[in-house]
Unconditional design. Sequence first.
Length: 111
Amino acid sequence: MKTLKQLAPESDWDTRRFRANVLIDSDITDGYPELAWVGRKLRIGTAIIHIVMGCPRCVMVTLKEHDLPQDHRLMRTLVRETNHIAGVYASVVEEGDVREGDAIELLGDPA
């Protein structure tokens, strides 16, 4: 989200719009670091997940929800900058405990 916020600061890139199951704060401040994880595994807490693909987004992220206003600029930015992709899909490889603040470890080379 950091890059998208920089590209379109007039929009509210609140993470609730994207309905994520897990949010990871990366030290990388530009680009889309999660896309480099596709095909790789991550250890989060004691769980291991496989990053399957980028997550295509639809108009849902632009809709008014609770205190977030409708904002079609979000989708225009996603289309222009990421071809509709924001975040990634993952599958569970090994179940485990995941807690806020757990360390994230990128495992192995891309498959």
